[in-house]
Design a protein around this ligand. Structure first.
Ligand code: EPU
Length: 333
């Protein structure tokens, strides 16, 4: 078996029978039909993957497809990017070209191909706001297809690609950008950070700098401290439920989410005093309770125990169930 532990940022033991690097769409079309009945796991940046069973008896696919094709019409820029590009490098490259829109999404780890799968988001912006369409390999049809953003059922950290992980492989993503800067700075601490650093709120590059500073201050760098970003989703509940909780816990952060209300799960875990709590090699991060870190010695069982403790404590105090955000390989509970 191949030791692929280093391909995931959580660094739990991971061995697979084989690994296949896919460098082009042609390469995908030629090699995929033979794999139609082989268990497959797609691993790009590996920054949103929790491997709970160390041995995977199947093929790991690495979509390393490179492509960077901009088409400009007036102020609009449509940019097709290969699944194998680093998300953050793409963000910086677009800003340097003067194509704006992705500034709030700077420093998110991972590859382009994963961005539409869980509709990555940060600081009030989501991939769906800038995604025109995706090109996919469809294992069921054994063909390359294109789906428009409207067909992907994007939601909070969700899309049809997340629902059907065995059916689709993302080949390219076409982004919708603009040469006209329209920075969105209303979320959280962006304005304060811009002011603190004397940066210009109308400059997308400055907004990206502020976002990077906030992320660097709060979130552990996956290259140094193994983690997968937020481990849980923020629960979205009926507004009446949120209002009831808010009456009991007035300082609990809430955000309107359509007809419903989103509750900050990090605050819930923090309020229970669990920041820094450690089981074996896994801990709740000291500066952001939604992130769980591995000190390098953590086992899947340590993680299971920490997750069970967090979930049962949140349930007991707030009556809320926390859903896991990253993709699980194997059983967490
Ligand atoms: N909070 C605490 N204690 C904590 C963590 C958070 O009190 O330990 C409070 C904060 O003070 C703030 C609120 O909870 O009032 C929300 O915190 P934050 O702005 O850090 O965002 P989040 O809801 O915890 C989400 C995303 C992050 C994204 C940030 C910024 C999810 C699951 N997570 O976190 O995404 O960077 O917003 O937009 O929606 C990721 O998906 O991996 C990720 C890091």
């Amino acid at each position: 078996m191949f030791n692929l532990t280093g391909l995931t940022t959580l660094k739990l033991p991971f061995y697979a029978s084989s690994i296949l690097k896919l460098s082009s769409i042609e390469n995908v079309c030629v090699s995929m039909p033979d794999l139609a009945s082989t268990p497959r796991l797609i691993v790009g940046g590996g920054s949103n993957l929790v491997v709970l069973e160390p041995e995977f008896d199947g093929v790991v696919l690495r979509p390393e497809i490179q492509c960077f094709k901009p088409v400009q019409t007036g102020d609009d820029v449509y940019l097709e990017v290969g699944a194998g590009h680093s998300w953050h490098h793409t963000v910086m490259q677009t800003l340097n070209e003067g194509w704006f829109g992705l500034e709030n999404l700077a420093l998110i780890p991972g590859w382009m191909g994963a961005a539409p799968v869980q509709n990555i988001g940060a600081y009030g912006v989501e991939l769906k706001d800038h995604c025109l369409r995706v090109k996919l390999y469809d294992f069921e049809e054994q063909a390359v297809i294109e789906l428009a953003a409207s067909e992907l059922a994007f939601g909070y950290r969700h899309s049809i690609l997340k629902e059907s992980p065995d059916r689709f492989l993302v080949l390219t993503v076409t982004l919708k950008l603009s040469t006209r800067p329209q920075p969105r700075v209303e979320y959280g601490a962006i304005i304060e950070e811009l002011e603190r650093q004397g940066l210009n709120p109308s400059s997308p590059l400055d907004v990206a700098k502020a976002v990077m500073s906030i992320r660097q201050a709060k979130l552990p760098d996956p290259d140094e401290t193994p983690n997968v970003g937020s481990f849980f989703k923020n629960p979205v509940v009926r507004t009446a439920v949120a209002d009831r909780l808010k009456a009991q816990f007035p300082e609990m952060p809430t955000y309107p989410d359509g007809e419903q209300t989103k509750i900050a799960a990090g605050w819930l875990i923090d309020h229970l005093g669990l920041k820094g709590h450690q089981i074996g090699g896994f801990s709740v991060h000291k500066r952001q309770a939604l992130v769980l870190t591995n000190d390098g010695s953590g086992t899947a069982d340590d993680l299971r125990a920490l997750v069970a403790l967090i979930r049962s404590s949140v349930k007991a105090t707030f009556g809320l169930s926390l859903a896991v955000e990253p993709t699980e390989v194997g059983q967490l509970t």
